[in-house]
Design a protein around this ligand. Sequence first.
Ligand code: PEP
Ligand code: MG
Length: 295
Amino acid sequence: HVDGLAHTAHKKVVAKDGRPICVAANIGNLEDLAKALKNGADGVGLFRTELLYMERTQMPSEEEQFVIYKEAAEMLEGKPLTIRTLDVGGDKSLPYLKIPKEDNPFLGLRAIRLCLREPDIFKTQLRAILRASQYGNIHIMFPMISCMEELKKAKHLLEVCRQELDRENIRYDRFIKVGMMIELPAAAITADDFAKEVDFFSIGTNDLTQYTLAVDRMNESISALYDSMHPAVLKLIRMTIDAAHRASIPCCMCGELASDERAAALLLEYGLDEFSVSLGAIAETKSILLKSITT
Ligand code: PEP
Ligand code: MG
């Protein structure tokens, strides 16, 4: 089945109105990236860096991270590499980092909240990403932003890292793109404000669905209620894309809905610019999009 799709894997998708549509991959490490490229990915829309942190017994150093991000950027040969900053907490824990026990971890100290609480960990990663950025087309993306103050703080720490590197005469891409995930209803509803502060959006429908419908994405007993095409979720998606375009920034989707056949035509109609999907879904997503564009 997948072999039959091989011919579409490396095709470029262009919307009816002539807009190029990027079909990128979600990856967790360099092995994933190698597969993604083989499968025809136009770039990486989501590098889930937490896997680098979870696979070891101590915090990865700036140098260790730098080497991996640089390698990834070089492998992509100029195609975009969107690196998401550490998203742990919720269901993902780190053996060497104590997160206080919480009754509702998905509503707790997670992702950007944790990084802002632990600025040294955050800055180590930001410095590694910045240093790698001169070797390719790297974008930085912040997860789980709920309010403007978080975004401002994250951007401030990034600026502090840039100044440090300037003082140390270390080069980085001065025009590196900085974006945020829209995965909380609050962020989607206030997307117009956020759009003025970032270079791109990426919609995380996995969490957006969970938080909009109050349905735990891990709880199988209520999985029938977990519907990323619920009208409320679709409305938030549409609001986000519209807000992005009003501010002339692109909007990507890196949640699972991006590879859902039932949603493709609708997302194209909403004007989504980029679909970032799991490794096995790249060729299939291209084929679905091509089909819905020609019919
Ligand atoms: C999402 O929430 O849709 C997303 C892509 O992030 P993750 O699945 O890693 O939480
Ligand atoms: Mg998420």
